[in-house]
Design a protein around this ligand. Structure first.
Ligand code: ATR
Length: 280
């Protein structure tokens, strides 16, 4: 029996109007000719539970979660996978028989972006410096650990936040906490294999990330998760120094793929036309 049922999916957050997710999912829905929708729903914190109940009642197949609900949604899930539990945040939910299953696709997005941009990059070759200790850093550090990075140097402005991250990490012995000021020091940079900015510094409208790359080995890869602008000051500086760079747009695009696969059964591709659409 064939059905004409529309597969309804959404993004919930507050605010959501700036999000690129509807554009990304809309592109793939059209590309695969699916009878499906993906809409951005603005839900203030006090409306989260009722909003999720409405999605269940209305037969939604699943939804993405963005700021500020990525942690609070966990208590509303009937099931959370190990990855999301370790990261401490859920960004993708599938609804089946009224039950919510939560996962986190940021780890996949981060890793896949690096794999695609720098296929020969060897994560196991040396230490990684991670700037920032927020939600994005938690996913990225989990990705680095899973890829076999031998040592992670974590530099964050607020030491308490870095300590909190360390306490919840799966392999804390691999993480070394550094002062924020230590990010430019020779002892921090001289043997690095990878440097990742997970802070919002460098984003359009925010202050730039101040860092001296003098001591960074030329072979070290530099990744910024900021994608607006695509070429941040950090990446411009790294490129001028001859370091291989990895922009942030791929993480955004790749993190959306596993959710699409869960809801529609198709693993969509990150293509040049999609990349251009999202950046324009
Ligand atoms: P996300 O979930 O996107 O990671 P977040 O949890 O708000 O966002 O984390 C933002 C990160 O950017 C934090 O590491 C934050 O440092 P603090 O822990 O000290 O707040 C970092 N950040 C933001 N503005 C900064 C600034 N002006 N200087 C240094 N770090 C900054």
């Amino acid at each position: 029996m064939t059905t004409n049922m529309t597969t309804k999916t959404a993004l919930i957050g507050h605010p959501v109007s700036h999000s690129k997710s509807p554009l990304i999912h809309g592109h793939w829905i059209a590309k695969h000719g699916l009878n499906a929708t993906y809409e951005a729903i603005d839900l203030p914190c006090e409306d989260l539970e009722e909003g999720v109940q409405t999605l269940i009642r209305e037969g939604y197949k699943g939804f993405n979660i963005t700021v500020p609900h990525k942690v609070d949604i966990m208590s509303l899930c009937d099931q959370i996978d190990d990855l999301a539990r370790i990261v401490g945040a859920v960004n993708t939910v599938t609804i089946e028989n009224g039950k919510l299953s939560g996962t986190n696709t940021d780890v996949y997005g981060f890793t896949q972006n690096i794999r695609e941009t720098a296929p020969d990059f060897d994560f196991t070759k040396g230490p990684a410096l991670v700037l920032g200790a927020g939600g994005a850093a938690r996913a990225i550090i989990q990705g680095l650990i899973a890829q076999g990075v031998p040592e992670i140097r974590l530099s964050n402005r607020t030491k308490e936040k870095a300590l909190e991250l360390l306490e919840n990490a799966s392999t804390p012995e691999k993480i070394k906490l550094l002062n924020w000021d230590a990010r430019s020091e020779k002892s921090t940079q001289q043997d690095l294999n990878l440097l990742v900015n997970t802070t919002s510094l460098g984003m359009t409208g925010k202050t730039p990330l101040e860092i001296d790359l003098t001591h960074l080995p030329p072979a070290a890869h530099v990744n910024d998760i900021v994608y607006a602008p695509l070429m941040t000051d950090l990446l411009t500086k790294a490129k001028a120094n001859g370091n291989p760079i990895i922009t942030g747009i791929g993480m955004l695009l790749h993190q959306a793929r596993p959710g699409f696969k869960l809801w529609h059964g198709i693993m969509p591709e990150v293509t040049e036309d999609l990349r251009e659409k999202v950046l324009s």
